[in-house]
Design a protein around this ligand. Structure first.
Ligand code: BG6
Length: 464
């Protein structure tokens, strides 16, 4: 059984939904300037949520949603990245939070979702310590301005996927050295956010929001087991160990050492790292990952394309492969609800903190019928199976306190545009044609409404 006060919600990010990319003083972020396939939607209008937030919040409230995760763009609040606070943006988000509260929805706010101000990127971005200082200043503005309106804060969305799938998400690649310099700066920035949040809004709670997917070995071969242990450390535990335990994960540290990087917590950061911790964990989960030890002659470009195991590779350490026991979605991502239960149990075993699932969802080609319906039973099956997994994890003692699936409304996928839809609510536009941008609840919306009413899914509901 799920707890009576379980936080039923849904998730969004600013750049994928808001549009209004040049309005009200907003500057460009790395997402606005990165090279994209011209055939897919860009972020200039997205789902037009900046103008239609009241309508969206209203519809979500009717589904019974109690929390909405959004992100605030740094480029709206401090367009020059460093100094001048933009009063129009402050006013806008006060209005957004007001609307949520009027509709009985609790905001959960991500301070940063892949959208560094371009002006800071041009000065080196996350590989520069100056970006950490700028981020601290930015989040202090958020906490001061919105501290009394927001109970749940999330720091930096998926720093792990952002660094490992840099080309896909940011449009450029870090060198190995830069990637781990950025890792350290991101982790220190997060610690500063924990500190500032606790100082400036002691009634609020804050947590990290990595993408955590348990990594399976491709076989029982000892080398494959080690490959999985390494990738678990590099992809998952390095981030949470820093946030929650204030340490550099030893397997990760050894991997860095073997690849020519000596990473230690700097003496001047020790106190910050050891004294500032999260109140809960935000966790995004789409699927598990499977790796083996790379065989001779299997060289390929290092890197990772977000959640597709096949693209994961690092010479001498691990190589991703398709797990033959799992089905795949329309976009070649495997589907593994049981993997969520395993991931939750392992995360709980390691960190003992309350957990909110801050993203989980199915990207699919949806079709709007002539009578404005979307029959997305495949999404219902996916969400239902993952919720059953969460319920089993809760029964096994894992303190999952909320579920905020991806995504509340259709949005522009990170690199696959508008055709890859995640929403509970359909947004009427295509890649190139903005059409009416009208909203239509999908079958999954009505299903979710019932789930919220019943505080969970039926044990014998259909699964994937
Ligand atoms: C997560 C991101 O990694 O995955 C979201 O936090 C993203 O921003 C989601 O949309 C799904 O990925 P994609 O590439 O299908 O949009």
């Amino acid at each position: 059984m799920l707890p009576a006060n379980f936080l039923w919600g849904a998730s969004l990010s600013a750049h994928q939904t808001e549009g209004a990319a040049t309005e009200d003083g907003k500057s460009q972020s790395v997402q606005d300037v990165r090279q994209r396939n011209p055939k897919i939607a860009d972020f200039s209008v997205a789902a037009d949520h900046y103008h239609r937030y009241a309508e969206d919040i209203n519809l979500l409230a009717k589904a019974g949603i109690k929390a909405l995760r959004i992100s605030i763009p740094w480029t709206r609040i401090i367009p020059d990245g460093l100094d001048d606070v933009n009063p129009l943006a402050i006013k806008h988000y006060h209005q957004v939070f007001n609307e949520m509260h009027n509709q009985g929805i609790e905001p959960m706010v991500t301070t940063y979702h892949f959208d560094l101000p371009q002006v800071l990127q041009e000065q080196g971005g996350w590989i520069k310590q100056s970006t950490v200082t700028a981020y601290e200043k930015y989040v202090k503005v958020l906490f001061q301005e919105f501290g009394s309106e927001v109970k749940y804060w999330l720091t930096i969305n998926e720093p792990n996927v952002m660094l490992l799938a840099d080309r896909k998400i940011l449009g450029f690649s870090y060198t190995h050295q830069e990637r781990y310099q950025a890792f350290y700066n991101l982790m220190i920035a997060e610690k500063k956010a924990f500190q500032a949040c606790h100082q400036l809004c002691p009634q609020a709670q804050i947590g990290p929001v990595p993408n955590i997917s348990y990594v399976y070995p491709g076989s029982a071969k000892p080398q494959d087991i080690r490959a999985a242990e390494y990738f678990n450390a590099i992809r998952n535990w390095a981030y949470l160990d820093f946030s929650v335990r204030g340490i550099i994960n030893p397997i990760f540290q050894n991997y860095l050492h073997q690849t020519g990087i000596d990473l230690k917590i700097k003496a001047e950061d020790e106190e910050l790292v050891q004294q500032n911790f999260p109140d809960f964990l935000g966790m995004n989960y789409y699927t598990s990952v499977t790796v083996e030890y790379p065989k001779a002659g299997q060289n390929r470009t290092s890197g990772m394309s977000d959640q597709q195991s096949e693209d994961v590779y690092e010479k001498g350490f691990y190589k991703g492969l398709t797990n033959p026991y799992l089905s795949k979605n329309d976009f070649n991502w495997t589907v593994d609800p049981l993997g969520l239960q395993t991931t939750l149990e392992v995360v709980n075993d390691r960190y003992h903190l309350p957990i909110y699932i801050t993203e989980n969802g199915l990207g699919a080609y949806d079709e709007l019928t002539a009578d404005y319906q979307v029959h997305d039973d495949y999404r219902i099956n996916y969400l239902s199976a993952h919720l059953q997994s969460i319920q089993q994890a809760v029964d096994a003692g894992v303190p999952v306190q909320g579920y905020l699936p991806w995504s509340a409304i259709d949005l522009v996928s990170v690199h696959e545009g508008m055709k890859k839809r995640y929403g509970l609510i359909y947004v009427d536009r295509t890649e190139q044609d903005l059409k009416t941008l009208a909203r239509y609840p999908k079958d999954s919306y009505f299903w979710y409404q019932q789930v919220i009413k019943n505080n969970g899914v039926n044990k014998d509901a259909k699964t994937v």
